[in-house]
Design a binder for this molecule. Structure first.
Ligand code: SF4
Length: 467
């Protein structure tokens, strides 16, 4: 590996890890340290990228192999500055393929994925410059890192700020939409979906660690996989496409509650409603509609703005009568007329949105909406906000009243001095309502119980355990 810049290669021998066995006696277990070969081409900036990746590899317990033979996988950090540099990169990839056969390509030339794959169809993954996370994911895929609970400072599921029984699962970064009030794409870039098997592997680690509810998030969950052309990856020995429906179905097999956030009403979302009706994923959709008036949605440049959403929701509820929809809305967007606002209120009542947050429009520095004419006066925004919240309160109260007398599933979130606060499957943590529980037996956060709904107010339920 003549171009290897990593010179800190440990010996390619089994790593002896000393630890206590279950009986408390000391035992020594041999574990083979996964080894990564590294070829670094190009300028000092590329070299720094290589150093960063190698640092991450070493921090995760990988050894850097000093030759191709000793490596479980080889990373080639390429240069794409000149044609001659590209040619050299292709040759280096070829050399690694011949000598080792398991190759991950990264760096500046990585932006020409088609050319690389045409020349070397067998490469495991191709990523661009500075894509450290993608390189690490590709390495994890090829050679999973070792985890030793007695040595590692971080558990395999990572460190989390959420309670033990639920966790957020991010399936992509960035966004391909260009809503006029939002600057997220300029901050986080275009959509970058994670391979399906990486998402599933993380979800499985979380479930193994005791997570009972997976909250699927991204900027645009229903667009999952579009950027990577729904690429297939291998999960549990079978091919899994990076496609919204396929991912939902596979997550539904893990045995945890699966809750979808930030979904847009694209036609293919209909398929996921079937999974909800079957009970594979929760009958819950968080769709940030932001408005209902077609005129305002157009000015907002919202995705799926042309969809007839009231009709879609009616159809979804026919397929899955239990479906709860949560959403967020903006009132007082530039150009919003009284007529637009009345349309929104009528739509809200007709669509029976279970949970809704509402924001008064605020200009965000750098957003295109700032240039729109007909700003709505603050006093009008305020009045519309109160009217919206009142309409939503009425819808929520009416829907919750219908639950009284039903026996429902509740997950316990907190137990504090006799007060037990839980949630139904129609409520996400932090943002939706609660179920205040009465129970004759001791309950703990994360317990799932059956409970009979005794009463309801505008936003919460009171229920008694029947288990
Ligand atoms: S508001 Fe629009 S542009 Fe911004 S992240 Fe959401 S979908 Fe993307």
């Amino acid at each position: 590996m003549n171009k290897t810049s990593a010179n800190s290669a440990p010996k390619a021998s089994a790593n002896q890890v000393a630890r206590h066995d279950a009986a408390g006696s000391r035992s020594t277990i041999a574990k083979a340290t996964p080894k990564v070969g590294f070829v670094s081409l190009g300028c000092p900036k590329a070299l720094v990228d290589s150093e960063r990746i190698i640092t991450r590899l070493r921090a995760e317990g990988y050894a850097i192999a000093s030759d191709y033979d000793g490596a479980d996988v080889v990373v080639v950090n390429t240069c794409g500055f000149l044609d001659s540099a590209k040619q050299e990169s292709l040759e280096a990839i070829g050399e690694a393929m011949n000598a080792n056969g398991r190759v991950i390509v990264t760096g500046c030339f990585g932006v020409e994925e088609d050319r690389i794959r045409d020349a070397h169809p067998g490469v495991l993954a191709v990523t661009g410059p500075h894509q450290y996370e993608r390189v690490m994911e590709a390495v994890h895929d090829a050679v999973p890192p070792l985890h030793d609970p007695f040595v590692d400072l971080v558990p395999p599921e990572g460190l989390r700020l959420t309670p033990r029984h639920y966790a957020y699962l991010k399936i992509s970064e960035g966004c391909n939409n260009r809503c006029s009030f939002c600057i997220i794409p300029s901050l986080r870039g275009d959509l970058a979906s994670r391979p399906a098997n990486h998402v599933l592997a993380e979800a499985e680690r979380l479930v193994t660690a005791g997570v009972k509810e997976l909250l699927v998030i991204s900027q645009d969950t229903s667009a999952y996989g579009v950027d990577i052309k729904y690429a297939e990856s291998t999960w549990k020995g079978r091919a899994l496409k990076a496609r919204f429906y396929d991912l939902c179905a596979a997550l539904g097999d893990l045995g945890a509650w699966v809750r979808l956030h930030y979904v847009y009403p694209y036609p293919h979302v209909d398929d996921a409603i079937g999974l909800m009706a079957e009970g594979k994923i929760l009958p819950y959709l968080d769709i940030p509609f932001q408005h209902a008036s077609p005129r305002v949605l157009k000015a907002m440049r919202r995705p799926a703005a042309q969809e007839k959403t009231a009709e879609r929701i009616r159809r979804w509820r026919q397929m899955c009568p239990d479906l709860a929809i949560r959403s967020t809305f903006i009132v007082g967007f530039p150009g919003e007329t009284d007529e637009d606002f009345e349309f929104l209120l009528a739509w809200l009542r007709e669509s029976k949105i279970n949970r809704a947050g509402c924001f008064k429009y605020e200009a965000v520095e750098g957003a295109r909406a700032n240039a729109l004419p007909d700003a709505v006066p603050e006093s009008v925004k305020e009045e519309r906000w109160h009217r919206f919240m009142e309409a939503q309160r009425e819808v929520s109260a009416e829907l919750l009243e219908e639950r009284v007398g039903e026996v429902i599933d509740v997950v316990v979130d907190t137990v504090d001095q006799g007060e037990i606060v839980g949630r139904s499957k129609w409520d996400a943590p932090e943002i939706d309502g609660s179920v205040l529980l009465e129970s004759a037996r001791d309950l703990h956060p994360g317990d799932r119980v059956r409970a009979k709904v005794l009463r309801a107010d505008d936003y919460d339920l009171w229920a008694e355990c029947v288990d």
